[in-house]
Design a protein around this ligand. Structure first.
Ligand SMILES: [Zn+2]
Ligand SMILES: [Zn+2]
Length: 214
């Protein structure tokens, strides 16, 4: 999925088919891995195929399918972890427990090198991405958006035709809809996004057709 000058590849990981996403610049061959939930060998294969140097590992939130392999990938790549918001600390500190309850092996607790908050910026493939704190699916969920490139990574906040579940610890349905309506919809209809599960979409498509937003 090409966006103007940033290239993207999606690697579905874990039994939850989570969209671990590689983003990189073809000119600099530098990039990031977003949400390495598991299946580290598959992620490393994808990194090798692109030939990129991974500068950082980004987390949209603290659920196991997004963060379960972050500690191992950091060890393998030597790249720092940035995100999510510190409100997800309670999830990241219990990832190994979550792995045991879901029957997923090799999961380790992890804390990022940098917590993120509303208004922060992260660098992805040489481009600045704004951090939006979007609680609701989890209290510390963040979204990464580059307004010039009209491109965002939304984690499990918003999906094509659906929204994130809110029945897990710390979930808040009213906060989730408020996050989407006050922070994501105003980004503009032409903003394309990769979500944590399933196909990509655009803000405009969801504004017009998502039954949770009508
Ligand atoms: Zn989640
Ligand atoms: Zn997920």
């Amino acid at each position: 999925m090409p966006v103007t000058s940033i290239r993207a590849a999606i690697v579905p990981v874990t039994p939850f088919q989570q969209n671990c996403t590689l983003l990189w610049s073809d000119s600099t061959k530098r990039g990031v891995v977003v949400d390495p939930g598991g299946d580290v060998p598959r992620i490393l294969d994808a990194v090798e195929q692109t030939g990129i140097a991974v500068e950082r590992i980004l987390l949209t939130h603290g659920h196991i399918d997004h963060a379960g392999a972050a500690a191992e990938l950091k060890d393998r790549l030597g790249a720092p972890i940035e995100g999510p918001h510190e409100a997800d600390r309670f999830l990241l500190e219990h990832l190994a427990d979550a792995g045991r309850s879901y029957g997923i092996g090799g999961v380790r607790d992890v804390l990022p090198d940098r917590w993120l908050a509303e208004g922060d910026e992260v660098e992805i493939a040489g481009e600045p991405f704004a951090v939006l704190h979007c609680p609701g699916h989890s209290p510390g969920s963040v979204v990464f958006v580059n307004r010039e490139q009209r491109f965002a990574l939304v984690g499990d906040v918003l999906f094509r035709g659906s929204v994130g579940r809110t029945d897990l610890p710390g979930g808040d349905p009213a906060a989730l809809i408020r996050s989407i309506k006050t922070k994501l919809l105003p980004l503009g209809d032409d903003v394309a996004f990769v979500c944590g599960h399933g196909p990509t979409s655009t803000i405009g498509q969801e504004r017009a057709t998502n039954p949770f937003l009508l």
